[in-house]
Design a protein around this ligand. Structure first.
Ligand SMILES: *Cc1c(COP(=O)(O)O)cnc(C)c1O
Length: 460
């Protein structure tokens, strides 16, 4: 074996052993990074493996937000489980091709086995359901829009949008993920086809406003094709009313997509599952394994109630590919990607190793630490401006409200401490500080450090 692999494992172990002692974030000096690259990497001569691995690792440690750090309270980047790292390594070593079943039968079946298990957790009908792994939630959401257009507009497949008289429109709440803006652009729907529905007093999609907009658009001769409900909005962890949204979709013959990129994992927790009631009515679901299922990027998943829609949307015949196999999944004719890596192995290993019960424990452990975080912040005088059953919170402080200091100043000070990483978000027309539990290694002691730093930072 080329020594670069053992060298990588050696250095990776060192990093994992000491990451919680590193600053969570670092300086962002583009000039220094480019200077280093130019001085060290002319690519003219070979470089010894140990030197190369050590240098690359140092760059990754010195010039990055350490997303696997237990005091990274940022976006949905979990500390990956060791099983996931092993899965990535194994997938890279064997490098099976999962485009065609006949090239990687075991790999495709392992992925389908995991996906079926999750589809059952969501309550989707296994006889009709189709699912595949994606690069992430954005690709899964893109797939959902293509499926919706294919399902609701019979001429879309052959003639595209040009063949459709009524303009197709898509609906999601003001808290939904902005991937749909790009998707409307990429699919040719146009960004104006996206209808942003206002929020109710609990920051969920306002269903009266949704119905009113659908009605008005339909009267104006547009064709509503899809409504997106979010399970766990990126900013505040809000869960839209799923059952009610499903009913509205039925009324308007719109595709019902649930974007559960982060929050979908809650279905594995007996304690949280009730918040996802209605997800079983979805026409399609996005759920990212690389978020709350704690595997490495990029591992998204797309679930489709009726796999015939995927067969229709992505069908293609080629003369240079091996033939399709009856009764199995040939990914390249049911999904966006063509050549594809063995994305699902890491989730397969993690689930096999920990079981659904292990996952439930992990998720509920994070909920408990999240509840502790929410309580500690209130005790320290912080004020919640949103409410979610998921381990994320958005807060402000009386000192910010009276103008003694600002969200930006507090944020800057917390990040400069190197002790914790949080972010800011805009909810409605006000800014707040956002902290989210993303790591199953985060403890109450880590929360104490976070609160101490936030308290210190809010003093003008
Ligand atoms: C993260 C996220 C996405 C995008 O997923 P990627 O994996 O980053 O592509 C979409 N929707 C929601 C609700 C998300 O949280």
């Amino acid at each position: 074996m080329n020594e670069i692999i053992p060298e990588t494992l050696r250095r990776g172990k060192q990093y994992l052993d000491r990451v919680s002692e590193l600053p969570v974030s670092s300086e962002q000096d583009v000039a220094a990074i480019r200077r280093h690259l130019e001085q060290t990497y002319s690519f003219a001569d070979p470089m010894p493996s140990s030197e190369l691995v050590d240098d690359v690792a140092s760059m990754l440690e010195d010039w990055a937000v350490q997303t696997i750090h237990p005091r990274y309270f940022g976006y949905f980047n979990p500390t990956p489980l060791p099983e996931a790292v092993a899965g990535d390594l194994m997938a890279a070593i064997y490098n099976p091709q999962l485009a065609v079943w006949s090239h990687g039968p075991a790999a495709v079946e392992m992925e389908q086995h995991v996906l079926r298990w999750l589809a059952a957790q969501f309550g989707l009908p296994l006889e009709t359901c189709g699912a595949h792994f994606t690069s992430g939630g954005s690709e899964a959401n893109f797939t959902a829009v293509v499926a919706a257009l294919t399902s609701r507009l019979p001429d879309y497949a052959r003639q595209g949008l040009a063949g459709i008289d009524a303009r197709p429109t898509i609906y999601h709440s003001a808290g939904a993920h902005d991937s749909f803006t790009k998707i409307c652009h990429m699919t040719g729907l146009g960004r104006d086809a996206l209808r942003v529905v206002p929020l109710d007093e609990r920051m969920r999609m306002d269903l009266d406003a949704l119905s009113a907009r659908l009605e008005a658009d339909r009267r104006a001769g547009e064709r509503p094709v899809m409504v997106v409900a979010t399970v766990g909005t990126t900013a505040a962890g809000i869960i839209d009313p799923l059952q009610e949204t499903a009913a509205v979709c039925r009324e308007f013959d719109a595709w019902f997509h649930v974007d559960a990129a982060w929050g979908g994992a809650a279905v594995l927790s007996p304690r949280l599952k009730k918040h996802l009631r209605g997800i079983e009515m979805a026409d399609s679901i996005t759920c990212d394994a690389h978020k709350w299922l704690n595997v490495t990027m990029g591992a998204g998943m797309f679930f489709c109630r009726d796999k015939r829609v995927l067969d229709e949307a992505f069908r293609v015949s080629t003369d240079y590919m091996p033939g399709l196999t009856e009764g199995v999944v040939d990914n390249f004719v049911t999904s966006v990607q063509w050549s594809r890596r063995f994305i699902g192995l890491k989730l397969f290993l993690a689930l096999a190793s920990r079981g659904g019960s292990g996952y439930a424990e992990m998720i509920e452990g994070q909920i408990e630490v999240g509840d502790y975080m929410k309580e500690r912040l209130v005790e320290a005088g912080w004020v919640h401006v949103s409410s979610s059953p998921l381990p994320v919170c958005c807060v402000t402080h009386p000192r910010i409200e009276v103008g003694d200091t600002s969200v930006d100043t507090v944020l800057e000070k917390v990040l400069a401490s190197g002790q914790a990483w949080i972010s800011k978000v805009k909810l409605g027309d006000r800014w707040a500080l956002r902290a989210c539990i993303t790591s199953c290694l985060t403890t109450r002691e880590d929360i104490d450090v976070l609160v101490t730093e936030m308290n210190a930072a809010v003093v003008p």
